[in-house]
Design a protein around this ligand. Structure first.
Ligand code: GLC
Ligand code: CA
Length: 612
């Protein structure tokens, strides 16, 4: 198969002129994810809010952000931190009013940025009106808005759930409701009942709600677990893989289900296609590129792009068990990046690039090196890794500061996520049941797993200053602020420091935005270093331009020899150093021109990008 150039009829392969559709504004955009409750608290109640975000808009614009994505700010009991919505048409009073949302949106637009909302429609909160009505009686017109089934009677006369599916957050995916003697399906918490997407009224209500936000000024949606909308007909049992448990993992019956594309096409036709907006679908629990591409291939008329989790899953024992760690190798990371960077580009498939979000721990602690000596270099190296890939780039709040996981000395009481607590309890209960009377159970491995991978690490308040609680709030923050904020790991300190992680992010984001080569170019691994245990070396090419990307993911210095490799002779000695995480960004000490030589030395965690 020939290595394709970027898709587009009107593309002149020898020149960097892209056609309209290939240049779509959301492709080169830098998207910044805000986790509202932990971003900035404007009124001292310890919870971040809409006015807090408003007051930081200049900070975001100056960083180079084009689009803000807000994690949910709708009315919610916050059982899953807003991914459990009780009213799609209002903001939670703790975050502010609809008027505050309007002011925020206007502030975003006035600065030339856009605002994307989180769309959580696989499930609602159990406190949503729809569910209250649905559970009230078997004949209520909204009964069929959720997934209700009678239980199974087992031989011992005890009722059992309708099938053996396990919820993503542990335990059965069904909860018994005494009022009507039936069970409802919840793939996540019991407080997150799944909507019945096979019901047309449900779909129409969702579309109506989407139009409400779009007409009010929202510029698109990040769609929560959008690949889970359609479940296998008849809701059959999942195969038994865990003999010791009455529940079984069941993604084969709910991920990329039978009618999911029909529904998303309908959503596109009825809503999305009428607006010039950005859409990204979150699509966990599956690594099949062919299956996932279906959501985002332009000719399918569904979504602009998707989040796939193959990279985020390289250190998990299973996509459904993200908290059970597995050792990872650099080759895993390289293989996943290469797979997606080269996948179906000729058909117009478009990637998202992200390495952190509110469901992941911090990248320097997880894949980098968060020791005092290496933290800053390794955070900047990951900045180079993400800006040098093709696709729409996402940054999660605090990633631009090189934030790390919170300390191992923090006890379980500092972990607030329901998924974390359920995980802990599941092991505790199992081990307690198996222990002999009076025997102490050992939970140290579970604690270690949380220290590495819990979602809580990225959910602590954003550190703004060296003041108490990192200037996040004048009150008591809802989650403890990481201990390191007074040692330079805060916004104010990094804004004033030309060698900070923030300064580097700002610089590389600015560079990328102007670079068709980095956003749109083709990707090719430099074969000589394909199996190098510490180095990721690849090329990006676009028309006559080439980038040589050399990244060292280890502490030891390495020397690379580029003659007789995929780096052609007219690049060596001609390409110039464009980005380097060891270079001083102080404009007063502008470094001399450095060209790419056949022999390149990389220090520990150094990354260099040469461009011709
Ligand atoms: C998505 C969200 C996650 C949430 C889950 C259930 O994966 O990113 O935070 O817990 O969906 O809504
Ligand atoms: Ca507040």
């Amino acid at each position: 198969m020939s290595r394709s150039n970027i898709v587009l009829e009107s593309l002149d392969p020898h020149h960097s002129s892209l056609g309209q559709s290939e240049r779509a504004w959301w492709k080169s955009a830098i998207i910044y994810q805000i986790y509202p409750i932990s971003f900035f608290d404007s009124n001292g109640d310890g919870l971040g809010d809409l006015n807090g975000i408003y007051s930081k808009l200049d900070y975001l614009r100056d960083l180079g952000v084009d689009i803000l994505w807000l994690s949910p700010i709708y009315k919610s009991p916050l059982a899953d931190m807003g991914y459990d919505i009780a009213d799609y048409y209002s903001t939670d009073p703790r975050y502010g009013t609809l008027g505050d949302w309007d002011r925020l949106t206007k502030g975003v637009h006035d600065r030339g940025m856009k605002l994307v909302m989180d769309l959580v429609v696989n499930h609602t909160s159990d406190e949503h009106d729809w569910f209250t009505q649905s559970r009230s009686s078997k004949d209520h017109p909204k009964r069929n808005w959720y997934v209700w089934r009678p239980g199974k009677l087992s031989t011992d006369g005890v009722g059992r759930p309708p099938n053996n599916w396990r919820s993503v957050f542990q335990g059965p995916a069904w909860d018994y409701d005494e009022a009507t003697d039936e069970y409802y399906l919840h793939l996540y918490l019991t407080k997150q009942p799944d909507l019945n997407w096979d019901n047309e009224e449900v779909r129409e209500s969702v579309y109506k709600m989407m139009k409400f936000w779009l007409d009010r000024g929202c510029d698109g949606f990040r769609m929560d677990v959008i690949n889970l909308l359609s479940k296998t007909d008849g809701l059959p049992d999942a195969p038994v893989v865990d003999e010791n448990d009455p529940t079984q993992p069941a993604p084969m019956h709910y991920a990329n289900g039978p009618r999911v594309h029909e529904y998303i096409k309908e959503m596109n036709q009825k809503v999305l296609s009428h607006y010039d907006i950005f859409t990204v679908g979150e699509a966990p629990f599956s690594h099949s590129a062919d299956d996932l591409a279906e959501y985002a291939l332009p000719q399918n008329k569904e979504l602009k792009t998707i989040f796939q989790f193959e990279l985020m899953d390289i250190d998990s024992s299973d996509p459904l068990e993200p908290l059970i760690p597995k050792p990872w190798k650099l080759s895993d990371l390289k293989n996943v990046v290469e797979k997606w960077q080269t996948f179906k580009r000729e058909e117009g498939f478009w990637n998202t690039i992200f390495i952190e979000n509110h469901d992941q721990s911090r990248v320097v602690s997880r894949f980098g090196n968060d020791s005092e000596e290496w933290r800053s270099y390794s955070a900047k190296l990951f900045a180079l890794l993400v800006v040098s890939q093709g696709g729409t780039l996402f940054i999660y709040q605090g990633q631009e500061l090189g934030l790390k996981n919170f300390p191992e000395s923090w006890g379980l009481e500092e972990y607030k996520d329901a998924a974390t607590i359920n995980f802990w309890n599941r092991f505790k209960e199992r081990r307690t049941a198996e222990a002999k009377l009076g025997e102490e159970i050992d939970m140290s491995d579970v604690m270690k797993a949380l220290q590495r991978k819990a979602r809580d690490h990225s959910r602590v308040p954003m550190p703004w200053t060296a003041d108490p609680h990192a200037g996040f709030t004048t009150g008591t923050p809802w989650m403890r602020v990481n201990d390191d904020y007074a040692q330079g790991w805060n916004v104010e300190a990094q804004l004033g420091n030309k060698t900070s992680v923030y300064a580097f992010y700002r610089h590389v984001l600015g560079y990328r935005k102007k670079s068709d080569l980095l956003v749109h170019g083709d990707f090719r691994v430099i074969e000589r270093y394909r199996d190098h245990p510490q180095v990721f070396a690849f090329l990006r090419t676009f028309g006559p331009t080439t980038a040589v990307v050399l990244l060292n993911f280890g502490q030891e210095q390495v020397t690379l020899a580029l003659e007789d490799t995929d780096v052609s002779p007219n690049i060596v000695e001609f390409a110039e150093l464009a980005l380097d995480n060891y270079r001083d960004l102080d404009t007063n000490t502008e470094p001399g021109r450095e060209v790419l030589h056949a022999s390149v030395i990389l220090e520990g965690y150094q990354g260099k990008i040469f461009v011709k």
